[in-house]
Ligand binder design. Structure first.
Ligand code: ATP
Ligand code: MG
Length: 309
C-alpha cells in the first residue's frame, strides 16, 4: 500500500467538512474522488498535500506517518483548482521553476524539459507569454505541465480539466492517462465529471456530504452501485418496480418498439448527436431511454410505443 488515509476527520463547522474518511491507494494507481460540489473533495486532497491539517486521523505515505509534514516535505505535487501559477513569471519559467528548485536542474536543462511538457499540453509557442494574459484553459494547462514536469511520486489534481473545451478535454484525458502509465506516477484526481472518472480511473471513490458512499472500479461503480445515490450520480438511472423489488435499469438497456397499441407514450425527445434520449411514460412509470446512432432518431414525440428491458 502506497498511500493510506486512516479515519480522517476535518470539520469547518458541524455540517461542513469530511468525516471518518479512510481509503488506500496503491503505487502507480489512478484514483478519482468523485462527488457533487461541496462533498469534501478539495478538503480531502488538501489534507493529502499537507495544505490542511485534519482534526483527527492519519495520512501514511510509503509506510511513513506524514500527517504533521508541511507540503514541501512531501513528495507530492498538486494542481490546484485555482491553478496557483506565479503571475509575474512567463509560461516557461512557471513550468521550469520546480525543475530548477526541486529537481536542481540547470537553467538550460530545466527549460528543455519544460518545453517537452508544454508540448504535451498543447502550449508550444506560448513559452514567453505572461500567464496573466492566457485564457483560463491555457492557465490550467500550464499548471498541469508544471506539476507533471517534476515527476512527483504522487500527483494530486483538483478538477484539472474543468476549463478546457470538450475536444481538448478528451485529448488531455488520454494524455494524462498515458503519461501516468509511462512514468508510473500515482495520481489522485478530483472531479465531479462522471465521464472523466469512468474513463481514467483504476479506482473511484464516490463521496457525498463529507462521507464516502462507495469505493470500486469504474465497472463496479457503474454496474453494481451500492445505493440509489451512487447510481443516480454515476450515469443515468431508472428505478423500476419488478415483482415487488426496485431494480436499477440504465437508459441504454431499454429498447423502444413502435406499437400503436403500446402502453407507453414518448413524452420527450432530445437529440444529443451520437445518441438520442427519450422520456417514455405509461402514466405510472416514467423512464429515460437512450439509443445511439442514426437509428436512434427514428421515434417522435407523442408516438405510442412498447418497451423491452
Ligand atoms: N475554509 C473553509 N471554511 C469553512 N467551510 C469550508 C471551507 N472550505 C470548505 N468549506 C465547506 O466544506 C465543504 C466541503 O468543501 P470542499 O471544498 O472540500 O468541497 P468540494 O467537494 O471540493 O466542492 P467543489 O466541487 O465545489 O470544489 C463545503 O460545504 C464547503 O462550503
Ligand atoms: Mg473543490
Amino acid at each position: 500500500m502506497f498511500l493510506e488515509l486512516r479515519d480522517i476527520t476535518k470539520l469547518y463547522d458541524k455540517d461542513n467538512g469530511i468525516r471518518n474518511i479512510s481509503f488506500s491507494v496503491e503505487q502507480g494507481e489512478f484514483v478519482t474522488l468523485l462527488g457533487p460540489s461541496g462533498c469534501g473533495k478539495t478538503t480531502t486532497l488538501n489534507i493529502i498535500g499537507g495544505f490542511l491539517k485534519p482534526d483527527s486521523g492519519k495520512v501514511i505515505l510509503d509506510g511513513q506517518d506524514i500527517t504533521g509534514f508541511v507540503p514541501e516535505e512531501r513528495p507530492v505535487s498538486t494542481v490546484f483548482q485555482s491553478y496557483a501559477l506565479f503571475p509575474h513569471m512567463n509560461v516557461l519559467d512557471n513550468v521550469s521553476y520546480g525543475l530548477r528548485h526541486l529537481c536542481r536542474m540547470s537553467k538550460k536543462s530545466a527549460a528543455e524539459e519544460a518545453l517537452k511538457y508544454l508540448e504535451i499540453v498543447g502550449l508550444s509557442g506560448y513559452e514567453h507569454s505572461q500567464v496573466g494574459n492566457l485564457s483560463g484553459g491555457q492557465q490550467q494547462r500550464v499548471a498541469l505541465a508544471r506539476s507533471m514536469a517534476t515527476k512527483p511520486k504522487l500527483l494530486l489534481m483538483d478538477e484539472p480539466l474543468s476549463n478546457l473545451d470538450a475536444s481538448l478535454r478528451i485529448k488531455m484525458r488520454l494524455e494524462l492517462k498515458n503519461l501516468q502509465r509511462k512514468l508510473g506516477i500515482t495520481m489522485i484526481l478530483v472531479t465531479h465529471d462522471q465521464e472523466e472518472a469512468l474513463s481514467m480511473s483504476d479506482k473511484i471513490i464516490v463521496m457525498e456530504k463529507g462521507d464516502i458512499l462507495q469505493i470500486g472500479s469504474p465497472q463496479d461503480i457503474y454496474f453494481s452501485p451500492q445505493s440509489r445515490e451512487v447510481s443516480s450520480f454515476i450515469g443515468r438511472a431508472n428505478f423500476v418496480d419488478i415483482n415487488g423489488k426496485t431494480e436499477l435499469i440504465r437508459p441504454e438497456n431499454i429498447r423502444i418498439i413502435p406499437d400503436e397499441k403500446g402502453n407507453y407514450r414518448i413524452t420527450d425527445k432530445i437529440f444529443m448527436g451520437a445518441r438520442t434520449e427519450y422520456i417514455v411514460s405509461d402514466g405510472k412509470n416514467t423512464l429515460e431511454v437512450e439509443i445511439s446512432g442514426v437509428y436512434g432518431t427514428a421515434f417522435e414525440k407523442d408516438q405510442s410505443v412498447s418497451i423491452e428491458i
